[in-house]
Ligand binder design. Structure first.
Ligand SMILES: [Zn+2]
Ligand SMILES: [Zn+2]
Length: 338
């Protein structure tokens, strides 16, 4: 039996332990983890604000190579480099049967309900693994999970030619949305972000215009978009941003609520305005059937995820890494196990 170092969430905090790798089932593979991203959700789990099933190894944004495979696994080989879609749907509940796997009533996620990627090894169903060329940069492959989620929200925004896209939040997710919007035929892409360094990075990543989130900029944005953006994508996870977004959206526009606002926080909405202005308010949760597309965008070079401010830590520095992500000291924090 193989032993490994892993970071276990015990319901209160993170502890580095040594534990045996679980035996794989016929349809599973054992992965040697290369890189695993620290997500905002991980921070929320530790703070008791997001669900997890302790004791569990956290980490749901990871890639690695196949070191063992079950006897029923036919499309993966030892040595293959893969990224993992952590969200495992049951396949038989009412939502799964309708193809809405992100709404699965029995959804289990690697790194949330089942042991995930903050470890030297992880067991994953082969069906959750996406094969990529060996030359793929693991630091970029780690961003495929968030990219697949962004892609789902982006597809729901259904951007048409010459539309104006306004993105709230210039963090990692905002930048992924920005990159997707740059691939579309939008006439302009604008980012609203309070942090000056991040605004600078957004310009470098292709934003046409960037603004601070202050109310004083509402008029400037309305002017720049000829009275509001057709599409607004909220990636800040701030109820106030949703409120602002409704003031900056054109009549007939679509607002995608992608950012994770604190549960229970409310904002005032005037139903008459939504009716009279013909506004579509759209939710977006997880990544149903978008992981393959995200992989294709990365491996074909259509989306390049280099040049981002990614800070890497070792597994033993997990506490520092979580602190780094929590304080948003870099755009993205990862655990590099190579
Ligand atoms: Zn995540
Ligand atoms: Zn289901």
């Amino acid at each position: 039996m193989r032993n490994m170092h892993a970071v276990v969430y015990n319901g209160k905090s993170l502890i580095l332990v040594e534990k045996p790798c679980r035996k794989i089932r016929p349809d599973e593979v054992l992965l040697k983890i290369a890189v695993c991203g620290v997500c905002g959700t991980d921070i929320k789990i530790i703070a008791g604000q997001s669900h997890a099933a302790p004791p569990v190894v956290l980490g749901h944004e990871f890639c690695g190579s196949v070191v063992e495979k079950g006897k029923d696994v036919t499309d993966l080989n030892i040595g293959d480099f893969v990224a993992v879609d952590p969200n495992i749907a049951c396949g038989h509940c009412q939502y799964c049967r309708r193809g809405q796997v992100n709404l699965c009533e029995n959804l289990k996620a690697l790194g949330v309900d089942i042991d995930g990627g903050f470890a030297e090894y992880c067991v994953a169903p082969a069906g959750q693994c996406f094969h990529m060329p060996l030359k793929t940069d693991p630091l970029q492959a780690t961003l495929l999970e968030p990219l697949s989620c962004a892609l789902y929200g982006f597809q729901k925004a259904a951007i048409k030619a010459a539309e104006s896209v306004l993105i709230f939040g210039g963090g990692m997710i905002g930048i992924l949305m920005l990159k997707l919007a740059r691939l579309s035929s939008a006439r302009q892409v604008i980012v609203v972000e309070p942090d000056a360094n991040r605004r600078k990075l957004c310009l470098k990543m292709g934003a046409d215009l960037v603004y601070d989130s202050g109310d004083r900029n509402v008029k400037a944005i309305l002017d720049a978009t000829q009275g509001g953006a057709e599409v607004v994508i909220e990636c800040a996870g701030a109820p106030l941003a949703v409120e602002q977004a409704l003031r900056m959206i054109k009549n007939g526009g679509r607002l995608v609520i992608f950012g994770v606002s604190p549960a229970g926080q409310k904002i005032p909405i005037v139903p008459y305005e939504i009716y009279r202005r013909d506004i579509n308010i759209i939710g977006s949760f997880l990544n149903p059937f978008t992981f393959k597309n995200a992989v294709d965008l990365l491996v074909t070079g259509r989306i390049k995820l280099n040049g981002l401010d990614i800070k890497a830590f070792g597994l033993t520095d997990i506490q520092v890494a979580f602190e780094n992500q929590k304080r948003q000291k870099s755009l993205k924090t990862v655990i590099d196990l190579r």
